[in-house]
Ligand binder design. Structure first.
Ligand SMILES: C[S@@+](CC[C@H](N)C(=O)[O-])C[C@H]1O[C@@H](n2cnc3c(N)ncnc32)[C@H](O)[C@@H]1O
Length: 166
């Protein structure tokens, strides 16, 4: 079984208590949670939908500090991997996974396309491109990522939003 060592963490996850779960992060990362990390109620529903058998391997494309992977691996019997471009966020996830001795959860540092998608059965993503939206400037995670493509990606995303009404 993939239980964390900290029973309070498990209680928060099962109770979908985001504020409680986010205590595992330091202030700055915790403050980003409401906008950038998936709420536990959504993790529960999405992971149950994605994991069809205990052998299902789920990949979170742009996993941040690992909230979806960590909670998904506790809500289900599947294996959860995440790939994240910001090393600092990977380090946070690695530390939690190690100190809580979580199985079925692993994080890779790098761009989304560094992994072979054929190694996975199901995919999850939560707005990995949102930072390119001009309206999201004040909500950026940090300034470590080169957003030089924003003049192209931004209008493209705005166009998609307007076209599909999302
Ligand atoms: C909105 S957060 C979602 C985090 C996590 N999936 C969750 O739901 O809690 C999006 C993350 O995607 C990452 N990201 C965006 N583009 C990426 C890329 N090309 N390669 C790897 N990570 C990327 C960002 O650094 C950010 O941490």
């Amino acid at each position: 079984m993939n239980w964390p060592l900290d029973s309070n963490l498990l209680r928060c996850i099962l109770a979908e208590d985001d504020a409680g779960f986010d205590q595992i992060f330091r202030d700055r990362i915790r403050a980003l949670s409401r906008v950038h990390w998936t709420p536990l109620a959504v993790v529960r529903k999405a992971s149950a939908f994605l994991v069809q058998t205990p052998r299902t391997r789920v990949l979170d494309l742009g996993c941040g500090p690992g909230k979806f992977c960590i909670a998904g691996a506790l809500f289900t019997k599947g294996s959860f991997s995440g790939v994240e471009q910001r090393r600092r966020l990977c380090q946070i996830a690695w530390k939690i996974i190690k100190t809580q001795r979580l199985a079925n959860t692993e994080i890779f540092h790098g761009p989304i396309n560094a992994l072979s998608f054929s190694d996975f059965d199901a995919f999850y993503l939560f707005n990995p491109f949102a930072e390119h939206l001009p309206s999201a400037v004040q909500d950026r995670i940090d300034d470590t990522i080169d957003l030089r493509w924003t003049p192209i990606v931004g209008p493209l995303l705005v166009g998609i939003k307007l076209w599909f009404g999302v």
